[in-house]
Ligand binder design. Structure first.
Ligand code: CA
Length: 233
């Protein structure tokens, strides 16, 4: 059975290349050019797409808005396509819940490989179905200074470890960047608020590798971050 995908891309030449490459690899690609058409397909109760590949600049709106709306209602895999060098698109796309990001120009083979790995990860059994208690989603082993997420011991840098350990002490509490800095790795001469953001970003990526469907670190605009664990994970 081919794996059904939705491609939202308004440049016919790029769309043709993607459709050709993916169909050769065993996907079935439905292609639309507008945000409006994509919404009709994705919001339909008959939607059976395993993933959506989403261009950012579309004639009737932004792929990023669509990404955010879709993530609020679905765990479907989302890959963002964007123009070369649009760093903001990448950051925003991942913040809005996209699972992966590919910058144009890209090789169709790379897109295939990323999609396959994404779909493999999302097909893994959810943590609660393999015997780990729900409130046991994150566990800290102080003796060996490591943190387990789901069933995986995370490979963290010293700073990522400090950051996550601090957040885990008070789930739900909103930490300012300064407070996190202090709690996570003390007064470190070359650390700034931006340092916190950078390590939150890499930490999120590592958490996402384990559970692409969860984003337990919540950004509070103008305030900071909190750790929010879903009750039904
Ligand atoms: Ca475009």
């Amino acid at each position: 059975m081919p794996i059904p995908l939705l491609l939202v891309e308004d440049e016919p030449a790029i769309a043709r290349t993607i459709v050709f490459a993916l169909e050769r690899e065993g996907f079935h690609v439905e292609h639309v050019m507008l945000v409006r058409e994509a919404r009709e397909r994705l919001w339909s109760p008959r939607c059976d797409h395993a993933a959506v590949i989403l261009d950012v600049g579309l004639p009737d709106g932004s792929g990023l808005d669509l990404c955010r709306d879709l993530r609020q209602r679905s765990r479907m895999s989302i890959v963002i396509l964007s123009a070369r060098g649009e760093e903001m698109d990448r950051v925003l796309g991942l913040e809005l819940g996209a699972d992966d990001y590919i910058a144009k120009p890209f090789s169709p083979r790379e897109l295939c490989a990323r999609l396959r790995s994404l779909l493999r990860r999302s097909a893994m059994p959810p943590v609660d179905s393999i015997g780990v208690a729900v409130d046991d989603l994150l566990a800290h082993d102080a003796d060996s200074a490591r943190i387990r997420f789901g069933t995986v011991w995370l490979k963290l840098t010293r700073r990522e470890y400090g950051l996550l350990r601090a957040l885990m002490r008070t789930p739900g509490k909103v930490w300012s960047r300064e407070a996190l800095l202090d709690a996570a790795w003390g007064s470190d001469a070359d650390s700034t608020d931006r340092t916190v953001d950078t390590h939150v970003k890499t930490l999120r990526a590592k958490l996402r590798d384990v559970r692409p469907d969860l984003d337990p670190i919540v950004t509070h605009r103008g305030l900071g971050y909190s750790l929010d664990l879903p009750h039904d994970a």
